[in-house]
Design a protein around this ligand. Structure first.
Ligand code: 5AD
Ligand code: SF4
Length: 439
């Protein structure tokens, strides 16, 4: 039986896609392996969002090329966003690549694998308006048996000016809610206790059939599966997050009190250029709405620094927004110009690299302070934690997460992974809470 090794780069969506690919090849008679050296086929599921994400993949492909010299029968496949963006050019840039498959063509992998056996190079990068892989039950890769992702929709049509995703992942489409519920129930029955519903913009989830099912309704249905099943979601677009959804989050204890709401920039000028379709004031209103209904809600964000024409004032507005919201966590990036995006065509990438990095450092330092402050405020409080695994630091300790998505470390005792435990926070760093078990 031929063995397939899948390596994943980039977002959670890619992780979820790799699990779909794993399921497709397994069904076709291939075996999955986690040992690169015993693989007959290597798939790299790739990300194009920033140049350095692509660079990492390029370096890996060089390494796989070396491997192929020792094992000439090894087939190398590129999946995901880089496959879609670069198409046949990948064959030119990496002589070792045999197969190129875009995000909507994974069902075609068995046929492509058969064709490639005759020594030719094969590609399928067709985007689809319907494909959601809805009935494919993903294999769970690299799982702790406690948390899993469920992809609820694909694609994105927001066309933020800096972003390559609408081009690599195509049109937005939602998956039949019944298949999502089935997958969630199945995971719960298998012992999973936390699922994250995934989409590029989950707020525009919509299944039209009889009575419409929007994202708020879907969340409610998933939450009702069991009070022991935690539900999370990612990602929300600030322009679309609704009061209806916030109220649903507030209503169910098992919907986690954590919202990732990418602001990108605190400056209305930048937001306009980014085509985000909200202003600084709109964003603040959404935060106020969240805080009103869910006072204990943790918030995280994405920030891009050094976008085209960003002035020091714009940058300061981002810093002041961070203070205003008091994010618990943030993902922070230098702007990276991507080929064929609106920004690449319309604007000049004019902030020098050193200046981008200087601003990014300021933002990272600000977030470190905010995260530390937020963690310090938790000292003395009690949280329910879902136990996810052994702490890497100390075998006698376990770690898990609070509803607010904060990592908590505590003594192992007789506790089991996958169980819930109440802890009181007694100390913290800027990245972790340290708790003592109270029941
Ligand atoms: N450069 C830097 N960051 C980007 N992101 C998307 N495109 C780019 C880019 N060209 C960031 C955004 C998005 C996150 C997933 O990646 O912040 O929310
Ligand atoms: Fe990219 Fe904007 Fe779509 Fe997110 S919402 S994937 S940043 S275009």
């Amino acid at each position: 039986m031929k063995k397939v090794f899948i390596e994943t780069y980039g977002c959670q969506m890619n992780q979820s896609d790799s699990e779909i690919v794993g399921s497709i090849v397994q069904k076709d008679g291939y075996e999955l392996t986690t040992d690169l050296l015993e693989a007959d086929i290597v798939f790299v599921n790739t990300c194009s969002i920033r140049e350095n994400a692509e660079q990492r993949v390029n370096n890996r492909l060089v390494r796989f090329g070396h491997l192929k010299r020792k094992k000439p029968w090894l087939k190398i496949g590129v999946l995901g966003c880089m496959a879609e963006r670069m198409k046949d050019d990948l064959f030119l840039e990496h002589k070792s690549v045999d197969i190129v498959v875009g995000p909507d063509a994974y069902r075609d992998i068995p046929r492509l694998l058969e064709e490639v056996e005759s020594g030719i190079k094969v590609a399928n990068v067709l985007l689809s308006e319907e494909e959601t892989y809805s009935e494919i039950i993903p294999v769970r890769l690299g799982t702790n048996g406690v948390s899993a992702f469920i992809s609820i929709m694909r694609g994105c049509e927001n066309f933020c000016s800096y972003c390559v995703v609408p081009y690599t992942r195509g049109k937005e489409r939602s998956r039949d809610y019944r298949t999502i519920l089935d997958e969630a129930k199945d995971l719960f029955d298998k012992g999973y206790r936390e699922i994250t519903l995934l989409g590029q913009n989950v707020n525009s989830y919509l299944w039209k059939e009889g009575e419409d099912v929007n994202f708020a309704k879907l969340m409610e249905m998933v939450a009702k599966i069991s009070p022991l099943l935690r539900v999370r979601f990612s990602t929300s677009h600030p322009k679309d997050i609704s009061e209806e959804l916030i109220k649903v989050i507030a209503k169910y204890d098992n919907i986690c009190k954590y919202i990732h709401l990418p602001m990108q920039s605190g400056s209305s000028n930048m937001l306009k250029k980014m085509n985000r379709k909200y202003t600084r004031e709109d964003y603040i209103q959404k935060i106020e709405m969240i805080n009103k209904h869910i006072p204990n809600c943790a918030l995280s964000t994405d920030i891009i620094t050094g976008f085209c024409g960003e002035t020091i004032e714009d940058h300061k507005e981002t810093l002041s927004m961070m203070d205003l919201v008091g994010y618990d966590y943030a993902f922070m990036f230098n702007y990276s110009q991507r080929p064929n995006t609106i920004a690449e065509k319309k604007f000049v990438d004019d902030i020098p690299q050193e200046e981008k990095s200087r601003r990014l450092d300021e933002i990272i330092e600000k977030q470190r302070e905010l995260s530390f402050e937020s963690n310090k405020r938790d000292i003395g409080k009690e949280y329910e934690v879902l136990i996810e695994g052994e702490s890497k630091r100390d075998k006698n300790e376990l770690f898990g997460r609070s509803s607010q998505n904060k990592v908590v470390i505590f003594n192992k005792g007789e506790l089991k992974i996958g169980g819930y435990i109440n802890v009181r926070i007694k100390d913290c760093t800027s990245g972790t809470l340290i708790g003592e078990v109270i029941n």
